[in-house]
Design a protein around this ligand. Structure first.
Ligand SMILES: [Zn+2]
Length: 416
């Protein structure tokens, strides 16, 4: 029996073996993928530069990016035809030595209706093309006492109200984006598992589309927040950024070169369910000793209520600010676990920046330096000086903004 079979593949010079064919096909796929990726990256770069430098000329864009004037012109024409950017006044351009038309964004060109849902407070808003939230509402929806359909109907009601109340061109809505805590099958619009919401296998996108009539995209809310921080936040230039959220749950998301790292099943970054103590506290995921059982609001309240009868975590923050020992001790413990989480993330991803957000790191005012000092003490010496730790600059708005970025990128076909 012949060990080698001979094939002729398109573009190949003469016959080749099975392995040669595989390698050639692989090379062809890589080139095709790279060209497609380059096209998206170039378009995204031009758009981001217009957003940052506006008003700006085509020649200035070509000078900054190093792209040819023809390539810049082609992308600009496409964006003008989509109505996303516009030509404004003539201004003298040093690059071309005469007056040139400048380019600016058109904030009212498209709108995204966004929602970020959580186990206690959900948020809905309308975001324009420039990333401005033109209208926003919060609603108290208790996921633990409501069924998923009752919960979702309440959020839909808030979305209908905000669309009706806000003054904007409704025909320019390009879709609905919903950020959800937990594991999300974005391609099929399914919430696979959300321990915080206590949802399993919910076809959320299809339900929302049927209820509200807008094309719906759902994603993990932490990934959306990370993308927003990387697009609109204080650390836009960093190549490798990890956003870590400490709220009703704990999660993280890595962004490399403006791209979300998703993992095989879009589940990368679920650091809250990494095990700290195999015999520890019971977690919402059904296992014991997960990191988030030591960091979340619920964990803190449980611990505090063994000492005092308090109604919310703000009482712990206030008591700690007054120097009351029990509260200082609880917060010190919390900050130690937060620092352990960040040290682990730095060792795993070696990022430029770790951005921290969520209600557990809102207080005290010097939280950034407290956490940084603890991380610097705990981290392996080899990593010291390689990272920055910053508090989120977008706060509670990050989820809405991130979903808007995802939908706009999809609309323009620059989703990486
Ligand atoms: Zn868990």
């Amino acid at each position: 029996m012949a060990l080698w079979r001979y094939w002729t593949v398109p573009g190949a010079v003469g016959p080749c073996t099975v392995w040669e064919m595989r390698i050639r096909n692989m090379a062809y796929e890589i080139v095709k993928h790279d060209q497609e990726m380059m096209r998206k990256v170039n378009k995204a770069n031009i758009l981001n530069l217009i957003r940052e430098k506006k008003p700006v000329s085509r020649s200035e864009l070509a000078r900054i990016t190093g792209m040819s004037p023809t390539s810049v012109g082609r992308i600009v024409t496409e964006l003008i035809e989509l109505g996303l950017i516009k030509e404004t006044e003539l201004a003298f351009s040093r690059v071309v030595g005469r007056k040139a038309l400048l380019l600016d964004t058109e904030p009212n060109s498209v709108y995204v209706v966004c929602a970020q849902v959580d186990e206690d407070i959900s948020r809905v808003g309308i975001v324009d093309f420039d990333g401005t939230i033109i209208c926003e509402r919060t609603c108290i929806c208790d996921a633990h006492s409501m069924g998923w359909d009752e919960f979702t109907d309440k959020v839909c009601g808030e979305i209908e109200k905000i669309i009706a109340e806000a003054d904007f061109d409704k025909s320019r809505i390009i879709g609905l984006g919903i950020g959800v805590p937990g594991l999300v099958d974005t391609a099929n619009g399914i919430v696979l598992s959300s321990p915080q919401l206590r949802w399993e296998n919910i076809r959320l996108a299809k339900y929302m589309e049927g209820r509200l009539g807008y094309k719906t995209t759902i994603d993990n809310v932490i990934k959306a927040k990370a993308l927003a921080e990387n697009t609109y936040g204080s650390d836009r230039d960093a190549k490798r950024v990890v956003f870590v959220h400490f709220g009703t749950g704990v999660g993280s998301a890595l962004i490399t070169d403006n791209r979300i790292y998703r993992g095989v099943t879009n589940s990368a970054g679920e650091i809250g369910h990494t095990t700290i103590n195999p015999n520890g506290r019971l977690c919402d995921c059904g296992r014991r000793g997960c990191l988030q059982t030591y960091i979340t609001e619920r964990a803190l309240l449980q611990e505090a209520r063994t000492i005092r009868n308090i109604s919310g975590i703000d009482e712990i923050f206030e008591a700690a600010l007054k120097g009351e020992g029990w509260a200082v001790s609880i917060l010190d413990n919390l900050h130690t676990y937060i620092s352990i989480a960040i040290c682990n993330i730095i060792c795993m991803y070696n990022p430029n920046t770790v951005i921290i957000g969520g209600k557990m790191v809102k207080q005290p005012p010097d939280i950034e330096s407290i956490i940084k000092a603890k991380v610097d003490r705990q981290i392996w010496a080899q990593f010291q000086g390689s990272y920055e730790i910053k508090c989120s600059s977008l706060g509670e708005h990050a989820g809405l903004l991130g979903m808007a970025v995802l939908l706009v990128n999809k609309y323009i076909d620059i989703e990486l």
